[in-house]
Design a protein around this ligand. Sequence first.
Ligand code: MG
Ligand code: ZN
Length: 190
Amino acid sequence: MTCFRHVILDRDGVLNYEAPGGYVTDPDQWVWIGGVLEALGQMAQAGLRLSVATNQSCVGRGIIDLQTLEAIHDRMRRDTAAKGVFFTGIHFCPHTPDQGCRCRKPAAGLIEQAIRQSGISENQTVFIGDSQSDLQAGRAAGIAAWLVRTGKGKNTEAALKDGLIQGISKENVQIFDDLGQVCAALLATA
Ligand SMILES: [Mg+2]
Ligand SMILES: [Zn+2]
């Protein structure tokens, strides 16, 4: 396996449980998926750079404002800082699908931003997600994209195995139960 130095993480369904209704609209609704904080801590300690790349169309839809999104991300930063984890960047797309922006996954924009900010090359970067659009965004950006079974991951895995995700073949996707397993795989080669 490649020795990766930069891990870009989708947010909802990878780091935290998706909120009822689909969007986290308040910092108090944030619930870490079990084992994630510990996994982030181990990856940070191993010297891996960590970024987040998340679609947040709830902003463009007027469900939350940017200030609230920042408050949610502040809460995330506080929790991770307590574990010695500092994200290189938290990159989000606030747009709705019909705005046709270049950042919303499955487009490559957010991943490209994260790579630029990290200073780590594409071939040493891996993207971790739970949705079809995550796998497609990784492919669009030309980097490895792995799937976790948390969040929408089990449905995505089924679609992948049935050949239903446009542009993605299952041979190219490594699948893990959760971020803890991803962490173990990355640290085995670090
Ligand atoms: Mg997700
Ligand atoms: Zn966008």
